[in-house]
Design a protein around this ligand. Structure first.
Ligand code: IPE
Ligand code: MG
Length: 245
């Protein structure tokens, strides 16, 4: 049995949470039950990541395309977090997890926006895991926003076209203060990226599993981390500095 190497824990992992609906369907339950179970699972996985000393966990909760779902489901996804928040607020704060929300903010309801802003403000000095919830997030939207901001800086004379480099793009994304993404996990047997962190994952390791998100427990997380630790990350170079082949 392979074991986790405590000295090679990734600093930044991202997860495309997928399979809540199928988890519920398998049990002949309404889809929202799957989302409920998925939300509880996120709490457990974030707690585990925090214990393991992972610095950043970035999760895809609601995409810019998820508005196409039936109104009832969208309402559930947008309102349920507020109920959990009230219930778990103290516990969340005690764990010293720092919360961030990235994505469009202009389409969120006023009470939801108020909740997430409060959550970010009240945990901003926390020093353990940074848990980022991507809500109304889409990578295309993030890149378009970055391009517009860069164009404005050029217009205002703060930047010249020749000064634009890769760091200029990176530093205008929602994830500007984040370390590089080491590992991306997608659950539920789908082999797609679905408009998630396109720029950030240029050199990430990708891990796909058939396990549905509500079933993705600590054991599955450790399995993914062990697999990650056995990958040979070369970033376009050779195996190691002294390698001749
Ligand atoms: C993921 O589960 C949760 C969200 C995208 C909000 P799904 O709702 O996509 O579940 P499936 O894919 O229908 O099983
Ligand atoms: Mg899905």
């Amino acid at each position: 049995m392979k074991e986790l190497d405590q000295t090679k824990i990734p600093n930044h992992i991202a997860i495309i949470l997928d399979g809540n609906g199928r988890w519920a369907k398998k049990r002949m339950l309404p889809r929202n039950f799957g989302h409920r179970k998925g939300a509880f699972n996120l709490k457990d996985i974030a707690t585990k990541c925090n214990q393991l000393g992972i610095g950043y966990l970035t999760v895809f909760c609601f995409s810019t395309e998820n508005w196409k779902r039936p109104e009832l489901e969208v309402n559930y996804l947008m309102n349920a977090p507020m109920r959990y928040y009230k219930k778990y607020k103290q516990k969340l704060f005690d764990s010293s997890i720092r919360f961030k929300i990235i994505g469009r903010r202009d389409r969120l309801s006023a009470p939801f926006l108020k909740m997430i802003e409060e959550l970010e403000e009240q945990t901003k000095t926390h020093t353990r895991l940074t848990l980022t919830l991507c809500i109304d997030y889409g990578s295309y939207n993030e890149i378009v926003t970055a391009v517009k901001d860069i164009a404005k800086e050029i217009q205002n004379g703060k930047l010249t076209i020749d000064e634009i480099d890769e760091d200029t793009i990176t530093s205008h994304l929602f994830t500007k203060d984040y370390p590089p993404l080491d590992l991306l996990i997608r659950t539920s047997g789908e082999y797609r990226i679905s408009n998630f962190l396109l720029w950030q994952m240029a050199y990430s390791e990708l891990y796909f599993t058939d396990v549905l998100w509500p079933d993705f427990d600590e054991k599955e997380l450790i399995k993914a981390l062990i697999e990650y630790q056995h990958r040979n990350r070369r970033f376009g170079g050779l195996k190691d500095e002294n390698s001749t082949n």
